[in-house]
Design a protein around this ligand. Structure first.
Ligand code: TXA
Ligand code: MG
Length: 299
């Protein structure tokens, strides 16, 4: 199906991707249509082996080191496109850079390998909505506009890959994700974190409102109303919510990340006025969780 230019959703360790042949303009255009995604927001290119990036982009020593250390894994590297690169210009949305990653999921790797070409894949949700972490989420939003979905069960990491811009003098974190800042800094030393609110956002996908459920999201809750749902974190919950789901009872941010999107979906019901969320520590995957929650809370 991918070789024929069709759209196929597939599991990765982070979230489900909406895949298409990255070298086929029509197939890439179909991704933007199916998601309702603005065409200025570029896609991540998925490869089955790190060495495939060499004929597609310029790889310096630092980028090579990161690939060696973190691929396969939830790290997307933004690199300068190589002159002979055959990836559709639509995939990079007019930028002279491209984001690449090798996902750490056996089904994803086998699919990309058998397709025999780079696969462009945004998260398999409608634009602006919460990313899917199982096939039911994918089908709910995209059934009818995709050729198929490969079922790998729930995603292990649960938040999207880290996006790191390697095109400048210093690496810049564009999106916190599955590879934590602490992990990157063991290789790179202190890294710059893009604020995203500047005139020209460097990662066009990091618009303020994103990852949004239908109902309101309220952060850092220290109390909860009777008509609100609660996402609890840690052993002590808040009393009085209409319904409570635990991101992690033991206060483990990795477990919370794996639960986050599925629980936001389960609590996104019109009979609640809002989803209140208890504070999550800004450490490890907590940084990615808080980033997504802040965007979900923006209206
Ligand atoms: O974990 C993930 O990254 C998942 C799975 C399927 O791999 N994919 C994903 O893709 O989250 P998407 O399209 O939902 O998010 C890609 C992000 C967007 O914020 C986009 O703006 C940014 O990466 N991005 C892609 N190419 C870029 C580029 N050349 N320069 C700057 N940002 C880029
Ligand atoms: Mg997305």
């Amino acid at each position: 199906m991918l070789r024929a230019g069709e759209l196929v959703a597939f599991p990765t360790e982070t979230v489900y991707g909406l895949g298409a042949d990255a070298t086929n303009d029509d197939a890439v255009a179909a991704i933007f249509r199916a998601k309702g995604r603005p065409s200025f927001n570029p896609l991540i290119i998925h490869l089955s082996k790190a060495d495939q990036v060499e004929r597609l982009a310029q790889v310096d020593g630092r980028a090579a080191l990161l690939m060696q250390r973190f691929w396969p894994g939830p790290l997307s590297l933004v690199l300068r496109r190589a002159p002979q690169c055959n990836i559709s210009l639509l995939a990079s949305a007019g930028l002279d850079s491209l984001a690449f990653r090798v996902p750490a999921h056996p089904l994803a790797l086998e699919l990309i390998r058998q397709a025999g070409r780079p696969i462009a894949a945004p998260s398999a949700n409608r634009s602006g909505r919460v990313s899917p972490t199982d096939t039911q989420h994918v089908l709910k939003e995209l059934a009818g506009s995709i050729a198929g979905v490969l079922d790998g069960g729930p995603c292990r990491v649960g938040v999207e890959s880290t996006v790191l811009d390697m095109t400048g003098l210093h690496p810049v974190l564009l999106r916190p994700g599955g590879i934590t800042v602490e992990m990157l800094e063991t290789v790179l030393g202190p890294i710059e974190i893009a604020t995203g609110t500047q005139e020209a956002p460097r990662s066009p996908g990091m618009m303020e409102s994103h990852y949004a459920p239908e109902i309101a999201v309220r952060l850092n809750a220290s109390s909860v109303a009777a008509d609100e749902a609660l996402l609890a974190f840690g052993p002590d919950t808040l009393p009085g919510a209409a319904e409570t789901l635990w991101l992690s009872r033991s206060g483990n941010v990795d477990e919370a990340a794996a639960n986050l999107f599925a629980m936001l979906r389960r609590l996104d019901r019109p009979d609640f006025t809002a989803i209140a969320v208890m504070p999550i520590p800004e450490q490890g995957l907590g940084r990615a969780i808080n980033d997504r929650l802040r965007r979900a809370a923006k209206r």
